[in-house]
Design a binder for this molecule. Structure first.
Ligand code: SF4
Length: 422
């Protein structure tokens, strides 16, 4: 496998324009600009590239939804909000190789016929946003951005926008509201942004890792890209591992590696004397997977065979020193705090779910509380305006089945045996 997006990550400082060009950067644009757009969209479709922000929707298919006669201006919005706990791959590209992002935005913008691009950066990534802004200025001065890029007749510029900092702004329609200067609440769909997005204009929202792959697909070909994956995966993915492992970190690997390889080969394995109990494959909103799932390929489809999701590919590892209920309290508390408050099941239901889960830790829960946890999840899951609350309860719904014995143990023992653990 070739390292693609992380090929320059070993540099002490991010490469400036000349350093980036010396390593072949921006060379793709001479080959892409001027080619028929329908051909390019087909190549992106054929490559099997899917949205790396967590949804995993096929990118070429999404792009083909843009009407051929869509009115201009057409906007390309790059989602670099990345607020999902356990996920930091987009940050790595931003801080360590911002020109890779710009090359991806220009190539993707050309394929879509976009007039203007916005990169929406997570509020906490302020220094990264400054690095990107500097790279944008270098690229503009060299003729890679602005009017008539490299004499191709295509024009595009990039605005870097730093978020005020709110988890829900990573949801694509809340992000558009935030870009327009409104409160970052999700919008109703339809209309979908590709029809009526930023200021009512056709808008394509893509994750930053997704667009960064595009120059390589369009120059090396869809078959080459597919060949970088294993176990049915296409391309590479920047996986991250955090939690109870010896060597947490970020690893660009073939799409489709297994959790066993990630945890035990790349992340150094479990801490001394500890056993793996569960892991979340892609951030805190993804349902837990168990040790018997270690050999399932981490592709867009692999984890769904056991009711989970690949999400961002940010693996969070839990060992036998962690109480699964305490872990869930932590997760749901985060989502309760980050609710935008628009709908009651999310605004009021999630804090109530935390309250009930805490009873198990405090030793006051009864079997009725176990039923209540289940009922609350089943009520919250289908009845909210966006995927925020369903994402918060999905790990709990899984745990009710996977760790029923732990809930029962807490009820019987009237305390949490893990307290004072590690
Ligand atoms: S589910 Fe939560 S975050 Fe989403 S719209 Fe409703 S209140 Fe807001």
């Amino acid at each position: 496998m070739e390292k693609i997006l992380s090929r320059n990550f070993d540099e002490k400082e991010p490469l400036d324009l000349s350093g980036f060009r010396d390593k072949g950067g921006y060379a793709s644009l001479n080959k892409i600009l001027g080619r028929p757009r329908n051909e390019l969209i087909q190549e992106v479709k054929d490559s099997g590239l899917r949205g790396c922000g967590g949804a995993g929707f096929p990118t070429g298919v999404k792009w083909s939804f843009l009407a051929k006669d869509a009115p201009h201006p057409i906007y390309l919005v790059i989602n670099l909000d990345e607020s999902e706990p356990g996920s930091c791959k987009d940050r790595e590209i931003l801080y360590r190789d911002p020109h890779t992002i710009i090359e991806g935005v220009i190539a993707s913008g050309y394929v879509l016929g976009a007039d203007k691009a916005f990169v929406f950066v997570r509020g906490e990534y302020r220094i990264g946003a400054e690095k990107l802004e500097k790279a944008v200025n270098e690229a503009r001065d060299a003729g890679y951005l602005g009017k008539n890029i490299l004499g191709s007749g295509y024009s595009l510029d990039i605005d870097v926008h730093l978020s005020a900092g709110r988890y829900i702004c990573g949801e694509e329609t809340a992000l558009l509201n935030a870009l327009e200067g409104r409160r970052g609440n999700p919008r109703s769909k339809p209309p979908f942004p590709i029809v009526s997005g930023l200021w009512g204009k056709p808008t394509i929202v893509n994750n930053v890792e997704t667009v960064s792959h595009v120059p390589y697909i369009l120059t090396k070909g869809p078959e080459w890209f597919k060949g970088q994956g294993v176990n049915g995966g296409a391309g590479t993915h920047i996986y991250q591992v955090s939690g109870c492992v010896k060597n947490p970190g970020t690893f660009e690997l073939p799409m489709g590696v297994t959790a066993r390889e990630l945890i035990f080969e790349h992340a150094g394995g479990m801490l001394e004397g500890r056993e793996l109990v569960a892991f979340q494959p892609g951030g805190t909103s993804t349902p837990l997977m168990l040790p018997e799932h270690l050999d399932i390929p981490l592709t867009w489809d692999g984890p769904s065979t056991v009711g989970s999701r690949l999400g961002t590919g940010g693996l969070i590892v839990m060992d036998d020193s962690i109480c699964p209920i305490d872990f869930l309290i932590n997760v749901v508390t985060f989502y309760a705090m980050e609710s935008c408050g628009f709908c009651t099941p999310c605004r009021d239901g999630l804090p109530y779910l935390v309250h009930v889960l805490k009873k198990f830790e405090e030793g006051t829960a009864t079997s009725k509380d176990f039923d209540l946890v289940s009922e609350l999840c089943d009520t919250i899951y289908p009845s909210t305006h966006c995927a925020h609350a369903p994402g918060a309860v999905m790990p709990v719904q899984g745990a009710i089945q996977q760790f029923k014995h732990i809930f029962e143990e807490h009820i019987q023992m009237k305390h949490c045996k893990y307290k004072g653990g590690l």
